[in-house]
Design a protein around this ligand. Structure first.
Ligand SMILES: [Zn+2]
Length: 361
């Protein structure tokens, strides 16, 4: 988010970003990374990769988007993340023997998703899932796909869903990448996944067409501190700029927290489960709603553990109660809150007022 990035054209509403991709090439967050790249304002050329077109430096347009009619035909389908998807954008970090990311990247992926989630009065929230099958965004090693001067690349939103892939190039700068640099670039790529284009797109000569690139209302047309500026692969995380935050809050405003919608767990409870490997406990979670003010038929459940968020899927509400058996992390800690969101009216949710405990035996 952030940043004023001219959000893509909200097109009259929020949609438009996609286009950006079309042709352009601009992101390049990466690129500048190359020490001998002295012309930061040059428009990066479109590079054809095996499965993508790399445009604007770090935006990956799947060739499947192009269809038989060419990319411009698809541009109009690009848009921001739909309202119903915003509060639970699920991230999976692909970690297989053939697609391995160094551990330092994991830490910064968590930090970067938390940076977005922690923006106040903004509806965007990332959580983690252990299976790629129900992930909205998969973060993975690029496997040598990206050019050596590109630190990472991301796909834009399509069909209301967040951009599906962030490819990370751990070999950038011969693998000499600081933690702050990882975090900066991951925050930037997540911004692309939720529809932000480069704040400095115009200065970089990126194309506004076909849908245009509208500046987010209230934000300036340039912001040197924006994390969404392109050509910044060598930058280190120093927080969002104030205009980045304003842009995020403008495009993805916070929804309505139901007051006193959650009776239990609302703080002070202790759930006792059977201890599993890795410090988790298995038990039947029971959530009780105050149906006088919050009476959904199906809810999505997220568990907060300090700054981490875990997604626990969609469950039916029966007589104001949600019950399901699952494994929960961190047995013995008193650091949990739960978030319950009405699946049919995602602007309605409640979160535990205070922490509860999970213990194992
Ligand atoms: Zn970029």
């Amino acid at each position: 988010m952030k940043t004023q990035m001219p959000v893509l054209s909200l097109r009259k509403s929020l949609m438009s970003l996609l286009l950006i991709l079309t042709i352009a090439i601009s992101c390049q967050d990466e690129d500048q990374g190359v020490k001998n790249n002295t012309d930061a304002n040059a428009i990066p050329e479109t590079i054809e990769l095996e499965d993508y077109y790399l445009v604007e430096g770090d935006i990956l347009i799947p060739k499947s988007f192009a269809g038989e009619n060419g990319r411009t035909e698809q541009a109009s389908t690009y848009n921001l993340v739909s309202y119903s998807s915003q509060p639970t954008i699920r991230v999976h970090i692909l970690n297989t023997s053939s697609n391995f990311l160094p551990a330092a990247w994991y830490t910064e992926i968590v930090n970067a998703t938390n940076d977005w989630t922690n923006i106040t009065n903004c509806r965007i929230s990332f959580s983690y899932v252990t299976s790629s099958n129900n992930a909205d965004i998969i973060i993975q090693n690029d496997g040598g796909m990206l050019p050596p001067n590109v630190i990472a690349g991301a796909t834009p939103p399509q069909g209301g869903n967040a951009g599906a892939i962030i490819n990370v190039n751990p070999d950038f700068n011969n693998g000499s990448i600081s933690a702050g640099q990882m975090r900066y670039n991951l925050v930037h790529e997540l911004g692309h996944c939720i529809g932000f284009r480069h704040t400095n797109w115009s200065q970089r000569g990126e194309q506004a067409d076909p849908d245009g690139a509208n500046t987010v209302p209230g934000t300036p047309t340039s912001d040197p501190n924006s994390v969404m500026n392109g050509g910044t692969a060598n930058f280190s995380w120093n927080g969002f700029s104030s205009n980045d935050i304003l842009a995020a809050q403008t495009l993805y405003p916070q929804n309505n927290l139901i007051s006193n919608g959650l009776i239990s767990p609302n703080g002070g409870e202790s759930f006792h489960g059977r201890t599993q490997g890795g410090g988790s406990a298995i038990f039947q979670m029971q959530i009780v709603l105050n149906t006088a003010v919050f009476n959904p038929t199906q809810v999505a459940v997220d568990l907060f553990q300090n700054d981490r968020t875990y997604y626990y899927g969609v469950h039916n509400v029966v007589n104001g109660t949600v019950s399901f058996v699952s494994a929960f992390p961190g047995a013995g800690l008193n650091v949990y809150k739960i978030k319950v969101t009405d699946v049919n009216n995602p602007n309605s949710y409640d979160i535990s007022d205070n922490n509860f405990q999970i213990t194992g035996h």
